[in-house]
Design a protein around this ligand. Structure first.
Ligand SMILES: [Zn+2]
Length: 112
């Protein structure tokens, strides 16, 4: 598993928590991708590369897709996101209130 596979899903969760943590807000993969780039995303990573992480968050029950326009996907949260300190990996992680209480760090996956 590459570093991106571990780090990017956690970064996307953090961005959702910091910028879009409101169930009435609509946000897009493009908006989050732009913030990832501002935060130092490798220039070789494309919007297509991060789609798998949005699909994971959708399939895991954090976000739901409400519309699509070409490559732009519009999402809303099922419920607000909490910041939690995982005692196993010692990281601050971000978990939707309706998600299973499992650390979203794929190298950890401890019960929280
Ligand atoms: Zn953990």
């Amino acid at each position: 598993m590459s570093t991106s596979n571990v780090v990017l899903p956690l970064q996307i969760r953090k961005i959702i928590f910091e910028k879009f943590n409101d169930t009435n807000l609509r946000f897009t993969n493009d908006e989050i991708f732009e913030i990832l780039k501002t935060n130092g995303l490798e220039s070789s990573v494309t919007i297509d590369d991060v789609e798998q992480y949005f699909n994971q968050l959708r399939d895991g029950g954090l976000i739901r897709q409400i519309a699509q326009n070409f490559t732009t996907n519009y999402y809303k949260l099922f419920d607000t996101v909490e910041k939690i300190k995982c005692n196993s990996c010692n990281q601050e992680v971000y978990l939707g209130k309706m998600e299973p209480r499992v650390c979203p760090n794929s190298e950890c996956k401890a019960t929280i």
